[in-house]
Design a protein around this ligand. Sequence first.
Ligand code: GTP
Length: 316
Amino acid sequence: MSLSLGELQQLLDVLQTLDVGLVIIDRQHKVQFWNDFMANHAGQGSEQVAGKSLFEIFPELPRQWLEQKTETVMALKTLAFSGWEQRPHPFPFFSYRALTGRSAVMYQNLTFMPIASGNGNVDKMAIIVYDVTEAANNRLALEEMNQKLSVLSRTDPLTGLLNRRSWELALAEEFARCRRSGRTSTLMMFDIDHFKQVNDTHGHQAGDQVLQHTATLLNNKLRTTDKAGRYGGEEFALLLVDTDAQQACQLADRLCTALSEQPALVGDKRISVTISAGVAEISEQMEQAQQWIKAADDALYQAKSAGRNTIRLASS
Ligand SMILES: Nc1nc2c(ncn2[C@@H]2O[C@H](COP(=O)(O)OP(=O)(O)OP(=O)(O)O)[C@@H](O)[C@H]2O)c(=O)[nH]1
């Protein structure tokens, strides 16, 4: 196929007005061609950038990366690509098309294309810049939504602690880990005493706030590796990683003290509650995680039977 001079000129006009960026550079990254898209987004016309190095025009361009791309494309005479997932904004452009995107900074996919001269040598390269801001923003919004859904599916909406299902999964994992490593972790189940009275006296919403307050005090006392869950209505479950029973009892004591010193503030009322707790260190006799829960639960039952506002340690 051969083109006349007039046809070549028209082809150049087409390239100028493409809705993608097109820049042609030589081995030294000096600009040989620059279409309207590049001019509009860079704010510099082709006559201003002709013969200038891309790195001079865009000091923020990742130099080593682009030099490597250029080297590969020219040496191997093959196409190369760059996706926004790996390198979101190689050129410092804004996207004018993003209508609802949270970022106006342009996400870009790039294609690098070798350009051979008449003798077959490649000494120029075209960079094609695709504005993929809308697609990228949609993907990021979807990922963010999935992330939120995943958190929601794992947590109890009232207290923000793990819900029972995900707490039990964490427990099963920890049980297996302790079995493998022989390390000691401890379980604590606790329950707010006479919680029905709180609801009956102050109303269900006040009861909810007492539950939230208890969860906040609890969270303040935990290490990041510990797992706190809402096991049932007013029953909480704590997995204390790399912690023995004695340390767990100290934590339970501190929690009891915090609850007595800091009542929940509900409107102009201060509602004070106590808890009963059962503590069970993992033991070699346990074959399943459920036995661990039962040991802590039995100890909690004993604490309730002993008059409440107390801590009981499971017999090993
Ligand atoms: N406000 C509120 N109350 C709840 C929630 N879940 C369970 N409850 C209430 O917690 C109360 C638990 O009552 P009980 O099981 O009799 O226990 P208790 O009154 O705490 O007595 P002991 O545990 O024996 O000390 C019930 O009144 C439930 O309605 C909740 O999410 N919010």
